[in-house]
Design a protein around this ligand. Structure first.
Ligand code: 1SD
Ligand code: ZN
Length: 263
């Protein structure tokens, strides 16, 4: 959606010049602290269709900022969707795509921070409110999007559930490369084992044009990834540089509240 923007400090500094919304009061990402979060007796987040095999073909694309799996063409079938949790009653959000943010080094990469920890990678599963016909329409409405944020944590063994994506990364090494996944993905296998505990707050896209239309749901429990798997993301290129450290600097929480759902 956005034209040119970069992630180096001096590049992020000028996002606001080209994209006015990036200067708003409800920007993302933020640093989340469990102690400062408000516990609410929220119902569980209902995640429907995440256990099904997604209709193929699924495409993986290097867009120069990240690597994206588009899920929105779910021919003839209902798209996986979410509701409940911290979301307004009767509002359903269907999946549009997922993408990743990662670091050049293991001590950075996630956009959000949780209790002072910056994880080496964060996955975003972007959902749009079913009442809007497409993603660009949803971007004009406060209740347009819900993004699920999932942290990754390094472990020795490979995370088998990521293989179908990671095995294709060499085919999308360069910007605008796109490839068909030859295996299906079961979205549920990409989620943490426990989705009962999550944080939620009102924020924005973390990339220009920074629309303040996102209800963020960040799971407390991370998902494992191995060193060698993470390194494969770091080989992707935008034509000039390797893609890494594609995370936005922290934004002020301001007057916002962050809610936590516990069991
Ligand atoms: O960075 C993504 C951007 O690529 C696009 O996917 C947008 C929504 O379509 O979302 C942002 S983010 O806020 O999910 N990082
Ligand atoms: Zn993102």
């Amino acid at each position: 959606i956005a034209g040119h923007f970069g992630y180096r400090k001096r590049d992020q500094h000028i996002w606001v010049q080209n994209f006015k919304l990036c200067d708003g009061k409800l920007q993302s990402p933020i640093s989340i602290s469990s102690f400062k979060s408000i516990t609410l007796p929220l119902p569980a987040l209902e995640i429907i269709g995440y256990h099904d095999f997604l209709s193929t073909p699924l495409y993986l694309k290097n867009n120069g900022h990240s690597v994206v799996v588009n899920v929105n063409n779910h021919f003839g079938k209902r798209l996986p969707y979410i509701f409940g949790g911290s979301l307004d009653i009767n509002q359903e959000y269907e999946i549009d795509h997922l993408h990743f943010h990662w670091g050049a080094k293991n001590n950075r990469g996630s956009e959000h921070m949780l209790n002072g920890i910056r994880y080496p990678m964060e996955m975003h599963i972007v959902h749009k409110n079913r009442i809007y016909s497409n993603l660009s329409n949803a971007l004009n409405h406060k209740n347009g999007l819900v993004v699920l944020g999932i942290f990754f944590q390094l472990q020795e063994e490979d995370n088998k559930s990521l293989c179908s994506i990671i095995n294709h990364l060499t085919s999308v090494r360069w910007i605008n490369n796109e490839t068909k996944l030859n295996t299906s993905i079961t979205l549920a296998s990409l989620l943490p084992k426990n989705t009962d505990v999550f944080y939620s707050y009102k924020g924005s896209l973390t990339t220009p044009p920074c629309n303040e239309v996102v209800t963020w749901i960040i799971f407390s429990m991370p998902v494992p990834i191995s060193f060698s798997q993470l390194n494969k993301f770091r080989l992707l290129s935008n034509g000039n540089n390797l893609i890494a450290d594609n995370y936005r600097k922290l934004q002020n929480i301001g007057l916002r509240k962050v809610y936590i759902r516990k069991l």
